[in-house]
Design a protein around this ligand. Structure first.
Ligand SMILES: Nc1ncnc2c1ncn2[C@@H]1O[C@H](COP(=O)(O)OP(=O)(O)O)[C@@H](O)[C@H]1O
Ligand SMILES: [Mg+2]
Length: 314
């Protein structure tokens, strides 16, 4: 159960320009303990730049970053002590074992016991391979070792930049299950960036959608997906276009229906309603020669969210 008052990361009006060009515009969002928060945007949206600012790898021009109430600029070491992070690829020594890597990191940060190392290793499910050299690990295992390292000092916030890049479907599934456990059992706030809507849908509770350095929308993934489901566009190829448009437009679950120049009918409805829509036409004596879906991409969704309703015409 997420206690919404427990804000672990608070970002307010964050702004940054690089080389005179504003890359991050007025970015504001909060991340709570026990939730997996998605940071979703196409390549070049500003995800990595934002993450670099969140962990002090890049400076901010204005705005505020607070971690567990502590401002990153006022008391950097206190704030960053609550953060575990992997930006891009985790740096590991390939000719050392997983355990040696963790031990060397533990020596650098201090105050980490051998028991804590065993605990995180068990948590990321690497106990069997931990004394093997890292060069023998799969990408998924390296990823988990990186996360183990990021968790050693018991942070309240875990930040992962596109963690599924390069993972196979099995690796993605493991990562997903393990991240959910971190949030639910350890009450960590997990911040994950991605450019894939499907991943965010499966992994996250809430999401911020960003594009061109701006937050376009922040909310529950469920709410976003409902919006998204409404955006699914269907192309019917019926025999009587005009009559088919009238019938489809008259259905309560069809949000819009319009004829196209190539003698088809486009309409928007959820996938579960397709059979019903087809039956309506058939019962009215209109044969349907084909039904196809136009896949709505993340880019389309961004356009819808940024521009509102587009006029139809094609
Ligand atoms: N060091 C830099 N110098 C100039 N432009 C940069 C630099 N870092 C990032 N950018 C620009 O900032 C934008 C956001 O990049 P980035 O944060 O890497 O996006 P994402 O991680 O979402 O793909 C891009 O347009 C990129 O070209
Ligand atoms: Mg990036």
């Amino acid at each position: 159960m997420v206690v919404l008052s427990d804000v672990v990361l608070s970002v307010k009006r964050l702004q940054k320009a690089i080389g005179g060009k504003t890359i991050i515009h007025d970015m504001t969002f909060d991340v709570y303990a026990g939730e997996v928060f998605g940071f979703l945007g196409p390549n070049g949206a500003g995800k990595t730049t934002t993450i670099r600012m969140l962990v002090g790898l890049a400076s901010t021009d204005s705005g505020q970053i607070r971690i567990c109430g502590t401002s990153l600029t006022d008391d950097f070491s206190k704030a960053i002590a609550q953060v575990g992070c992997i930006v891009e690829n985790p740096e590991m020594y390939k000719f050392m074992t997983g355990r040696e890597n963790l031990e060397s990191f533990a020596r650098m940060s201090g105050g980490i016991t051998a028991e804590r190392i065993d605990e995180v290793v068990a948590f990321v499910d690497l106990s069997r391979a931990i004394d093997d050299k890292v060069k023998t690990y799969s990408l998924g295992m390296r990823q988990r070792l990186g996360i183990a390292q990021a968790l050693l000092h018991r942070p309240r916030l875990l930040i992962l930049d596109e963690p599924t890049n390069g993972l196979d479907p099995a690796g993605i599934r493991e990562l997903r299950q393990f991240i959910r456990r971190l949030a639910e059992e350890e009450q960590l706030a997990v911040f994950i960036s991605s450019h894939m809507l499907s991943e965010i849908e499966m992994m996250c509770d809430r999401v911020a959608i960003i594009n061109q350095g701006r937050v376009i929308s922040v909310g529950l993934v469920k709410t976003l997906m409902e919006q998204y489901a409404d955006q699914v566009e269907w192309v019917f190829t019926p025999e009587q276009i005009k009559r088919a448009v009238e019938l489809l437009a008259g259905l309560p679950f069809v949000s819009e229906a319009w004829p196209t120049v190539d003698e088809r009918v486009k309409c928007r409805m959820e996938v579960e309603r397709i059979g019903e829509a087809n039956q309506t036409l058939v019962k009215a004596g209109i044969s349907v020669l084909g039904i196809a879906t136009k896949t709505v991409t993340l880019e389309d969704l961004f356009l819808t969210l940024t521009e509102g309703e587009k006029p139809h015409g094609d």
